[in-house]
Structures are given as C-alpha cells and as structure tokens.
Design a protein around this ligand. Structure first.
Ligand SMILES: [Mg+2]
Length: 328
C-alpha cells in the first residue's frame, strides 16, 4: 500500500528578511508525505525565489508527476528533475527507508551582525571549533574590515566565515583586506564570493592571503552537464545548498569529491522550514561530521512547521494548518 500527499505551506517570515533586494514576508513551498505500508516520511520542496531556476508552480507540476509514478512503481527516477524537487523527493525516500541517521548536527555557525558580546554565549554552545559567520559587503568595506578585526581581537580562538555574495569590486575587496590585520587573516576560514566574478575572487585571495569559498559559483557550475568539481580550483571551501544542487546522491557525490580535493564542504540551508532544516542537520552530521554546517536560518521565520528544531522556542504550525493540494 502506497500513499502520497502534497501540502502547500506558507509561513510568515521575520520582518527584516530580504532576499536579493526583495523583502520576503512569507516563505512558501511544498511538503511531501510518503506512506508505504506502516512507514511514513516527510520532506520539503522549497525552491528559493531569486536563486532557484524552477518556480514554485513548476516544482509542483514536476513533483505531482513524480509522485504519480512513485505510486505505481515505488521508485523515483529523478535524473531530469529540478534541484529542489530532486532533493525533496530523494530525501523523502531516504527517510521512508530509514536510511537517514537520526543524529543531527544542530549547532550551526551562528550568523552574527555587530556585537561580539552577543556572540559569546552562542559560541559557548559549539563543540570543537568556534566558528561564526558574518555577512559582509552590505556597508563600507572599511567598516567590514574593522568589524572582522574586532571579532577576532575580542575572541582569541574564534574563526570566521565571511560571505560577500559577490558584492565587491576588486578595489573594494582589497580595501576590506587592508583593514584586516595580517595576523588575523589566517583566522578567516574562508570568505564566500568576495567579488562579482570568480576570477577576481581568486586573485583577491592570492594577493591578500585570505582563503575563499564558492557558493554562487558552485550552484551555477553544477548546472553544467559535464560538471566536475576539480574545475573549481583555488578555493578552500564549497557551500553545498542541497535544494539548489539536486538529489541526495548528487549531494553525497559532491561531498566525496570535495574530500578528495581537500576542500571543506559546508552543508547549508536555503531557508527551509524546520522540516527540511532538521533533515539538513542530520544530513550534515552524516556526510560532514567534522564540519560545522551553515543552518542558522530558523530564526528568520516566525514559526516552525511540524518538526521541532531542538531548543527553538518558535511556535510550531501543524501540517494540518497548511493546504493539502494533492492526495494520491
Ligand atoms: Mg553565500
């Protein structure tokens, strides 16, 4: 006996959430429920506006087609599926077969904005490496450089992951680097995408002795048919956002390739609800047990959905409160 359902979820976001210059007041997506004999599994399909190529509606039409086939055959053939659909459905299948280990890495690199004192209690929770993430490129490069110095000066064993989201020109990036004390540069684990073009980011990294990481560059490169991670040389880390990459198998392969190339692989979210986020925490623990994942995004929501994130005090919306759109 097989059953499949799809819900359309809508969750209110915290007031200040901005995505590629657009305010995001509500997060929308699909929750998949698979039932086979006495087993039940949930997962989500959540294309991210401005990042995913597939729209919400396209993802729905695809998912519906794959779910019909699954009812008939008990299998998903996801080679042609959009990344968010491929990841969501393969994750549901993994859960259904009890193949995703329960234990999760629920302690992410905290996202911090200004005050080192606020960061201290959150860092105390991290076991092992003390690592925090700071978004740069939103203000003057000089301010960012000074802020990075301040964090690294105040907390002597802290390491930072920075993310500039391609906002800097090479001049701005160099200006930032000038303000970071040379002795601190090694404690920047990596900076994601400092410049508009990957080549500029590489040059920046070499000239300033600061490690760089690929996020947007990776997400774009994996869409190429003959993609090979070894083409993305020169970086120290890659940020893997499964909803932008594809199936569980594809993500696993990417992590293996990264290990072989001595690249740090950081499993990160694309604003999944607590259903998808807890699965990503378990996925991260399973695939990259030694690396702190980038999943500190739950507090951008006003509510969790169905699955509680350990330690979160946000209210939990039930699945029943969301719209059931397909029942097979
Ligand atoms: Mg990034």
């Amino acid at each position: 006996m097989r059953k499949a359902q799809l819900y359309r979820y809508r969750l209110p976001m915290d007031s200040g959430v901005v995505l590629r210059d657009k305010k995001l007041t509500e997060r929308e997506g699909w929750v998949v429920e698979l039932i086979e004999n006495d087993r039940r599994a949930l997962s989500e399909i959540s294309p991210l506006p401005g990042w995913s190529e597939e729209t919400l509606d396209e993802a729905y039409l695809e998912a519906r087609r794959y779910l019909h086939a699954w009812i008939d055959t008990g299998r998903f053939e996801l080679h042609m599926a959009s990344p968010s659909v491929a990841f969501g459905l393969s994750m549901a299948e993994l859960e259904l077969h009890g193949e995703l280990p329960e234990e999760g890495n629920f302690i992410s690199a905290p996202l911090c904005t200004g005050d080192p004192d606020e960061l201290l209690p959150r860092l105390a929770k991290l076991q092992g490496e003390k690592v925090a993430k700071v978004k740069v490129g939103l203000y003057e490069p000089v301010r960012d450089g000074m802020l990075v110095n301040l964090f690294l000066e105040s907390i002597p064993d802290l390491k930072l992951r920075l993310d500039a989201n391609r906002t800097w020109t090479t001049e701005q990036a160099d200006k930032f680097a000038q303000y970071v004390k040379p002795a601190y540069r090694q404690r920047i684990s990596f900076i994601e995408e400092p410049c508009a073009k990957p080549g500029q980011s590489l040059t920046f990294g070499i000239n300033n002795g600061i490690a760089i990481g690929w996020d947007e560059t990776l997400q774009e490169a994996v869409r190429e048919p003959n993609f090979d991670l070894s083409q993305l040389t020169g970086a120290k880390a890659i940020v893997i956002k499964p909803s932008l990459i594809g199936s569980v198998t594809k993500c696993q392969y990417l992590v293996e390739q990264a290990k072989a190339l001595n690249l740090k692989a950081v499993i990160s979210s694309t604003l999944e609800t607590s259903i998808g986020l807890t699965q990503l925490a378990r996925f991260a623990r399973w695939l990259t047990p030694l690396d702190v994942p980038g999943l500190d995004t739950l507090d951008l929501f006003q509510q969790q959905l169905h699955t509680p994130w350990p330690g979160s005090e946000l209210p939990i919306a039930t699945l029943d409160s969301q719209e059931l759109v397909l029942s097979l």
